[in-house]
Ligand binder design. Structure first.
Ligand code: AMP
Ligand code: GLY
Length: 423
């Protein structure tokens, strides 16, 4: 079987690695891929949202199954386009993916179907939004309506900060079209957890929990990023909370999308805040999370290919999910300057020393091959995932494996998994 993976980050490297372990021995292709994925798959330099060229490539290579990683491809309608031509593809249609690609669509759906989330208002005009902020207690959270690579959310403590955020989004247009509309919402306090579920539109299979670390610096300081590390499981996510989240969030969400005639197949990712009054949804993603997918794939025992096919074929009720009980911790190394400006093309050394350590997986994000050298090619460069008997053991191993890896400007958080050790 020939599988084409769309994307080129740590998530896609982890998915490619897991698919490469399938007893069905698939032949892997990836567009655009990265230097790490290139050791598992034939990579083609085609952008993840370049749907016409991807279609042509898939036809030429006789691809049997396409697995979509990033939201940009979903927003470009990749699933609709492949399905229209009778090709098998894993992921939601463009309309169903609006649950991620339009925060106002998602929030309005939640309001209509009573799914717990922060209270909010939607604004299309800067002056209306500014007037609303003048009479709203702070902190508030301001979100660009569209997709902004995980960076479109500002938590604003003071009216000065919130006005500044509005101006950046709606006047300076730092996120382009994505920030023309904003959602202003209530600030929620609590512990965050990421919960991913597979759904074929009927059955929902909730994956093990994970927690990511969105802020760039230790102790959750600095701006939000795509994610600087993750661990699984998240001890705060007890069985009791899991039951509640299934009943109050996932079941009504899948039902609501069906009722709206946007039946959902693929991965649904709920970013939750566990507040004093129960779990509330902060965000929904229509895809696997990155970096959460890195520790999750390392812990997943079931064949991912079986799960993906069961999701497409509406047979998820027939497959069981099995997990390695050992916790896994993933530390992400980023380019100097990320999430702001950064240099590319810097040589990365020490990868083999890390990869050689038992219990360690190095998944590449922004890397490229230059001759026989691996160089940096993005903001998040790679993730080191380690498993261990406890969260502490997994974390210590991940940091030991990160130590030999070097490139100019490398930075990573030193406190990944800290919260799991407290519980
Ligand atoms: P999002 O992309 O919507 O998950 O937002 C990114 C991050 O901003 C989240 O992981 C939270 O840390 C924070 N955040 C988002 N919405 C809220 C909220 N309503 N209250 C508090 N923090 C939030
Ligand atoms: N780690 C957050 C995300 O994938 O959106």
């Amino acid at each position: 079987m020939k599988i084409l993976i769309i994307g080129g980050g740590g998530r896609e490297h982890a998915l490619a690695w897991k698919l490469s372990q399938s007893p069905r021995n698939p032949q892997l292709f990836c567009a655009p891929g990265n230097a790490g994925i290139a050791s598992l798959a034939t990579c083609a330099d085609i952008g993840a949202d370049n749907v016409p060229v991807l279609l042509e490539y898939a036809r030429k290579q006789n691809i049997d199954l396409v697995v979509v990683g990033p939201e940009a491809a979903l927003a470009a309608g990749i699933v609709d386009a492949f399905q229209d031509r009778g090709m098998r593809i894993f992921g939601p249609t463009r309309e169903a993916a609006e649950i991620e690609t339009s925060k106002s669509y998602c929030k309005n759906l939640f309001r209509k179907h009573n799914i717990p989330t922060a209270s909010y208002r939607v604004f299309d005009r800067l002056d209306d939004a500014a007037r609303y902020l003048d009479r709203t207690p702070h902190p508030v959270v301001i979100k660009a309506d569209g997709i902004a690579a995980g960076k479109g959310v500002f938590v604003c403590r003071t009216p000065h900060d919130s006005h500044e955020a509005l101006v950046q989004m709606m006047k300076d247009r730092i996120f382009g079209k994505a920030g023309e509309r904003v959602v202003i919402e209530e600030f929620l306090a609590g512990e965050e957890v990421s919960v991913l579920a597979l759904t074929d539109g009927q059955t929902i299979a909730i994956l093990e929990s994970a927690q990511d670390h969105k802020r760039v610096f230790d102790a959750d300081e600095g701006p939000n990023t795509g994610g600087m590390g993750a661990y699984s499981p998240a001890p705060v996510f007890t069985d009791e909370i899991a039951t509640r989240v299934a009943r109050e969030v996932f079941v009504p969400m899948v039902h609501a999308l069906r009722e709206e005639r946007r039946p959902y197949k693929g991965i649904l990712y709920a970013g939750l805040m566990l507040t004093r009054s129960g779990p509330k949804v902060l965000e929904v993603n229509a895809r696997f999370g990155d970096p959460e997918t890195q520790p999750l794939m390392v812990r997943l025992k079931t064949d991912l290919l079986d799960l993906i096919e069961a999701t497409i074929d509406g047979k998820l009720s027939k497959v069981d999910l099995e997990w390695d009980p050992s916790p896994a911790v993933c530390v992400v190394a980023a380019s100097g300057g990320y999430p702001g400006e950064y240099k590319k093309g810097l040589e990365i050394t020490g990868l083999e020393d890390a990869e050689r350590m038992p219990g360690v997986h190095v998944f590449h994000s922004g890397t490229a091959l230059r001759g026989d050298k691996v160089v940096t090619a993005g903001g998040r460069v790679l993730g080191v995932t380690a498993t261990g008997a406890t969260h502490a053991a997994a974390r210590d191993l991940a940091y030991r494996a990160m130590a030999p890896i070097q490139f100019e400007g490398i930075h990573y958080r030193r406190d990944i998994g800290q919260r799991a050790l407290r519980s």
